[in-house]
Ligand binder design. Structure first.
Ligand code: ATP
Ligand code: MG
Length: 235
């Protein structure tokens, strides 16, 4: 469904993403595992057109070339990004953050129904509809960021380290929610350092080290790979 070929991205002379090719199948959840500084966020920003990539790179969604689509139109094409650090509007209520997510044309027609479905997926947010997001816990704010992305009616969700900084119990809850989103048919590309939880959710994955893909395989293959486990779990 989604295909990114030969993606390179640089900051001045520093090559942060080095000729990376990845794909996501229809309904699939794909994880990109990588340590701090591996280039995970840069890759996500590059393929969501938020940051410029080298001209050799090709990005397609269901065969349509996204190369000429500006960043602000990507959401209309059906891709929603939950960015690193969440990017929620802390001065606004949960409800207003969600309404902003439903601004794209593709989401406007049935946004009332969708809002109901999404609040059913996040009961905590339903209880706190009127609460200012800045007063909420990290886990709740992450839920707001994901719920807002879902309000745009995406076919494909990009998530940049959603579990970062959350307590283990909250991480468990987050991954349970991501499982339900996957079951609803939304395809996902997830960037994570939490190897165990993300390989339990994902169908397939890639390992990114210093800007390059060094391993790839099914989640089962990566889970049983001593190379991957050594790189991330230190044994
Ligand atoms: N705006 C920038 N200007 C210069 N260098 C940058 C910039 N953003 C990232 N880098 C560098 O590019 C490399 C990849 O960074 P990136 O943020 O993509 O990694 P990451 O895998 O997302 O790391 P983390 O897990 O810490 O979020 C790093 O060496 C980083 O220092
Ligand atoms: Mg990052």
């Amino acid at each position: 469904m989604f295909d990114a070929r030969n993606i390179s991205l640089r900051y001045g002379k520093h090559l942060a993403v080095d000729d990376v090719s990845i794909s996501v199948g229809e309904g699939e959840c794909v994880v990109i595992l990588g340590a701090n500084g591996a280039g995970k966020s840069s890759l996500l920003r590059g393929i969501s057109r938020m940051a410029p990539i080298d001209p050799a790179g090709r990005i397609t969604l269901r065969g349509a070339d996204l190369g000429a689509v500006p960043a602000h139109r990507i959401v209309e094409e059906g891709i929603a990004l939950v960015p690193e650090g969440r990017g929620v509007f802390t001065e606004m209520t949960v409800e207003d953050n969600l309404w902003l997510g439903s601004n794209p044309k593709r989401a406007r027609a049935d946004n009332e129904t969708r809002r109901g479905e999404i609040l059913a997926l996040f009961p905590r947010l339903a209880e706190r509809r009127k609460q200012r997001v800045g007063t909420m816990s990290g886990g709740e704010q992450q839920m707001v960021a994901i719920a807002r992305a879902l309000m745009s009616n995406p076919d494909l969700l990009f998530l940049d380290e959603p579990s970062l900084g959350l307590a283990p119990i909250v991480v468990k809850e987050l991954f349970a929610t991501l499982t339900r989103i996957k079951e609803s048919g939304v395809s996902m590309l997830l960037v994570e350092q939490n190897v165990t939880s993300s390989l339990a959710l994902a169908d397939r994955g890639y390992v990114l080290e210093a800007g390059r893909i060094t391993s790839e395989g099914t989640a089962r293959e990566l889970s049983s790979s001593s190379v991957v486990m050594e790189a991330f779990l230190g044994h």
